[in-house]
Design a protein around this ligand. Structure first.
Ligand SMILES: [Zn+2]
Length: 447
C-alpha cells in the first residue's frame, strides 16, 4: 500500500495523460470491432497472383535458363549461376553485394537499368527478376489474420510522436499513389452490405501545425480559406510572375517536392537528390524559403536548441517527446510538427459524436475511415467533417484552420477513391465487369 502511494505520487497524471486514456479507448474501437474482409476476393487475388508468378518464372526460365525447382528458383545456386551467366552474355557485370554474392534486391536491379537504359535484354531480365522478387501480398497478410470474416488489427501509439500504428495486419504502409496498392484496399468492406465506408483525410496537417507553432504570418496565410497551399508555396519559391492566380501555379508540383522535403530540415544534398536538381539550386531554394518564412526558420532554430539543452520537447497539447542527443536537427521539428499533427487528429476523434465514434474502423496516416448505414451517409459525413475541422490556436495568438477532405462513400475501401485517382478499377462498379478494354487494368489483368 505504501509502495503504491509512493509510485502514485511520482507519476505525473496530467491533463494530457487523462485525455490519452479517452483517445486510446476511442481508437481501440478499431481493434474491438474489427474490419470486415472480402475473403472470396482475397483468395481470388492470391490465386491470380500465383498464376502471374508462375508465368513470370516460366519467362525467367526462357530468358535465363533458370531451372524451375522449389518456391524461389532464382535464389537457388543453380538459378543464381544461370542469372549471372545471362547478365554476362548480355554484356554487363552481374550486380554484386559487398561480399561478392549476386545481388537481386530492388535497389541493385533498378541501378542496373539506370546504367544500361538501351540494353533491352538487360531490361527484360531485370523486369522479370523484379516481378518474381515481390514481397508477400497484402491479400496473404490479411488472410493470415482473419477470424470468421474479420480482422482485428492491433492499434498502438508507441512511437515518440504518438502516431497511431495499425498492425496484424499492417495497414500503415498502404499508399494511395500506386495503382496496385490502391486496389488492395478493395479487400476492406463496410460492416454489412447495408452500410458503406466513408473516409476523410486531413489536409497538410503537419504543415498547418508548423505554421501555428512558428506563428509565421506568411506561412499561416498559405492556409487561409480559398488559398491553394501548394500554389502559395510555388509563389514563395519561384515568384508569381508566371501565375495569373486563377488556376494552379504552373510550378505547383515542383514546389510540392521541395516543401515536402524541407519541412523537417532536409539539407541541400538531400533535396537535390529528392527533387532531381543540382546542389547549388537546392541551396538557393532552401535559402529562399527561409527568407520568405523567417519566423518558421527561427522557430526551427529555437526548438533545435531547446532539444539540445533538455533532450525533451512538449507539444502545445502537452505531449512530451524525447529527442536523441545529436539528432536534434531533424528530430526536433519532426517531433513538434508530427506530434502536434497527431494531437490535432485526436482532437477530431474526441469531437466525434458517440454514435459515430463507435463506427470508427481505421486510422491510416492522416485518414479516418468509418462504416455507416446507407440511409445515414449525409448525416455521418457532415458530422465527421464537423468533428475533424476546427480552428487551432496557440497561446501566442496564431490560428490556423484544420481542414479535411471527404472521399466518396464506398462499397469497399478502394471504391472511396474512385473520383480521386485516374485508374478505373478503383471503382467497385468497374470490378463487377467480367472484362475491360484497359490493357493496364490491374484487376482484369489478374482475373
Ligand atoms: Zn478493368
Amino acid at each position: 500500500m505504501e509502495l503504491t502511494r509512493q509510485i502514485a505520487a511520482k507519476l505525473r497524471i496530467d491533463g494530457y495523460a487523462r485525455r490519452e486514456h479517452t483517445v486510446m479507448w476511442r481508437v481501440g474501437q478499431i481493434e474491438r470491432s474489427g474490419l470486415r474482409v472480402d475473403i472470396d476476393a482475397a483468395e481470388q487475388r492470391i490465386e491470380a497472383q500465383r498464376r502471374l508468378l508462375d508465368r513470370d518464372f516460366q519467362r525467367l526460365r526462357d530468358i535465363a535458363g533458370v531451372p524451375l525447382r522449389g518456391k524461389a528458383p532464382h535464389l537457388q545456386a543453380a538459378g543464381k549461376a544461370a542469372i549471372a551467366a545471362t547478365f554476362q552474355r548480355l554484356g554487363v557485370d552481374p550486380p554484386r553485394t559487398k561480399k561478392g554474392a549476386l545481388a537481386l534486391n530492388q535497389e541493385a536491379l533498378s541501378q542496373l537499368v539506370e546504367h544500361h537504359p538501351g540494353n533491352t535484354g538487360v531490361n527484360e531480365l531485370v523486369d522479370v527478376l523484379q516481378k518474381v522478387g515481390r514481397q508477400r501480398t497484402f491479400a496473404e497478410t490479411v488472410l493470415k489474420h482473419v477470424s470468421h470474416d474479420r480482422v482485428h488489427p492491433a492499434i498502438r501509439a508507441d512511437q515518440a510522436t504518438g502516431r497511431i500504428s495499425v498492425t496484424k495486419p499492417g495497414l500503415t504502409t498502404m499508399g494511395k499513389r500506386e495503382r496496385q496498392l490502391v486496389l488492395e484496399r478493395a479487400l476492406i468492406l463496410p460492416d454489412t452490405d447495408d452500410e458503406v465506408l466513408i473516409a476523410a483525410d486531413l489536409s497538410q496537417i503537419d504543415a498547418r501545425a508548423m505554421a501555428v507553432l512558428s506563428g509565421d504570418p506568411g506561412y499561416i496565410r498559405a492556409f487561409a480559406e480559398g488559398e491553394d497551399y501548394h500554389s502559395a508555396m510555388a509563389e514563395a519559391l519561384f515568384g508569381a510572375h508566371e501565375w495569373d492566380r486563377a488556376g494552379h501555379h504552373p510550378r505547383r508540383s515542383e514546389a510540392k517536392v521541395v516543401v515536402h522535403a524541407t519541412t523537417y530540415g532536409m539539407g541541400a544534398l538531400g533535396l537535390s537528390k529528392a527533387a532531381g536538381i543540382d546542389e547549388n539550386e537546392a541551396k538557393r531554394l532552401l535559402g529562399r524559403l527561409d527568407m520568405q518564412f523567417p519566423a518558421l526558420a527561427s522557430y526551427k532554430r529555437v526548438i533545435r536548441e531547446e532539444a539540445g539543452r533538455k533532450q525533451v520537447l512538449r507539444t502545445p497539447h502537452g505531449r512530451t517527446v524525447r529527442i536523441e542527443p545529436g539528432r536534434e536537427w531533424t528530430q526536433a521539428p519532426a517531433a513538434m510538427g508530427q506530434g502536434t499533427a497527431r494531437d490535432l487528429m485526436m482532437d477530431g476523434i474526441l469531437r466525434l459524436p458517440n454514435w459515430l465514434a463507435s463506427r470508427l474502423r481505421l486510422i491510416v496516416h492522416d485518414e479516418v475511415v468509418l462504416s455507416v448505414p446507407r440511409d445515414r451517409i449525409d448525416e455521418a459525413s457532415t458530422a465527421l467533417l464537423d468533428a475533424l475541422q476546427f480552428d487551432f490556436s496557440v497561446s501566442s495568438g496564431s490560428t490556423v484552420p484544420v481542414r479535411a477532405g471527404l472521399s466518396a462513400p464506398g462499397r469497399d475501401w478502394a471504391d472511396c477513391y474512385r473520383d480521386e485517382v485516374p485508374w478505373p478499377e478503383t471503382a467497385w462498379e468497374h470490378r463487377q465487369q467480367d472484362s475491360c478494354d484497359d490493357p493496364e487494368c490491374t484487376w482484369h489483368e489478374e482475373l
